[in-house]
Design a protein around this ligand. Structure first.
Ligand SMILES: Cc1ncc(COP(=O)(O)O)c(C=O)c1O
Length: 383
């Protein structure tokens, strides 16, 4: 038997820019890895201990498919106290990470041919997920000149009778932008006027630079918004795989039906850890967020001193999207050469969409001294 048994979609291996660069890096020693969006911190100890304790007490079984009732309630309480948004636990579904949350929600709403608008540059799985769920992704190219802002007017141009949803991500991976309340209001109006859903990926909600503010778009389009978020980034819990959806109860019911056929419930011990984390959000998240703010401020200040690099202001997230057009190289060649010449691994902007060409994403997921080492190495390079 050979691979021709694979579905036609998977018979041609798809190009994966990030995987190619990482494969090269894996063969090298002493690489400074600024590619992955995985905070370098270990999950706060009290979360680990709370989950471990619950496991010892016998919390080793399935939970309800929708998730632990206490965790769904804790998510409602958190959104109420932090953002003054009121949700009912029936509007919350616990998932195996935010990525899984978005997929089951798309699967629940899309019929073949339905369109989903995706502003780029973006977290690359969005496009594949729309296609896997039977829809057609419709891309809106961001503009380097305005720092790749998500622009409701540009999105409006792509709305057709087949459009069902828009996927946004703020604070944004990779651009580092945070949508303003005015930008969100314009998008909310568009969604309401055209009866569209907004999938709002808020996984970096806690990562906002001083002076900037994140407002959930659910404030402006409560009936049209589906929040996609999770524990991975704020609590350095990427490996625990806990995310969630918050949306209209009819959508949550359908997404739960999809999920029933895929994973049933999210890991029980991880849900217990997430519950403890959310109940102690501020004290656990603050040190992690402060460390990232320091790193991003450092990169923001030092990178523009390199003649062939430019950086627009970072408003949030854990990334800097750096302009490398002055090198004359495309982003894939640049990343390849940066790795070979300086042992630094970054992600080519092309991995986030065609409009990301000429940029690279630098993740601040290494300690400050590693970032300093990387910057010193970059300062010595010429192209
Ligand atoms: C924008 C965005 N959404 C979702 C995810 C994945 O989150 P999770 O680990 O909860 O699946 C990532 C991870 O890098 C991301 O950058």
């Amino acid at each position: 038997m050979d691979s021709s048994i694979l579905s036609k979609t998977y018979q041609q291996p798809q190009s994966n820019i990030l995987a190619d660069v990482c494969a090269l890096a894996a063969k090298m020693d002493n690489v400074i890895d600024l590619s992955v969006g995985d905070p370098n911190f270990t999950t706060p100890q009290p979360i680990i201990e709370a989950a471990f304790e619950k496991a010892k007490q016998g919390m080793t079984h399935y939970t309800a498919a929708e998730g632990l009732p206490e965790l769904r309630q804790a998510i409602c309480d958190f959104y109420h106290s932090k953002y003054q948004l009121s949700f009912d636990p029936a509007q919350v579904l616990i998932t195996v990470g935010a990525e899984h949350a978005l997929f089951i929600a798309l699967e629940a709403i899309l019929d073949p041919g339905d369109e989903v608008i995706v502003p780029e540059p973006c977290f690359s799985p969005y496009l594949e997920q729309v296609k896997m769920a039977g829809g057609t992704p419709v891309i809106v190219d961001g503009k380097a000149a305005d720092g790749f802002k998500i622009d409701a007017a540009e999105i409006a141009k792509k709305v057709t009778p087949k459009t069902k949803a828009i996927v946004i991500n703020t604070p944004n991976n990779p651009s580092g932008n945070v949508m303003t309340a005015e930008e969100e209001q314009a998008l909310a109006k568009l969604a309401i006027d055209h009866n569209l859903l907004i999938f709002s990926d808020e996984i970096y909600a806690d990562y906002v630079m001083p002076g900037k503010q994140f407002t959930p778009i659910a404030k402006f389009a409560p009936e049209n918004t589906v929040i996609v978020s999770g524990m991975s980034k704020s609590f350095a819990m990427t490996g625990w795989r806990i995310g969630y959806l918050i949306g209209p109860d009819w959508l949550i019911r359908a997404a739960n039906d999809v999920n029933d056929a895929v994973t049933f419930s999210a890991p029980t011990m991880s849900q217990e850890g997430a519950l403890y984390g959310l109940q102690h959000h501020d004290e656990l998240v603050a040190p992690i967020v402060q460390a990232f703010q320091k790193r991003l401020s450092y990169l923001q200040e030092e990178l523009p001193k390199i003649s062939w690099l430019d950086v627009s202001p970072v408003e949030g997230s854990i990334y800097v999207f750096a302009d490398i057009r002055a090198t004359g190289l495309n982003s894939v060649d640049f990343a390849d050469q940066l790795l070979k010449k300086a042992g630094i691994l970054v992600v080519p902007g092309l991995a986030f969409g065609k409009c990301g060409e000429g940029f690279v994403r630098i993740a601040a997921t290494q300690p400050l001294d590693k970032l300093e080492e990387a910057v010193e190495k970059m300062k010595k390079l010429t192209w």
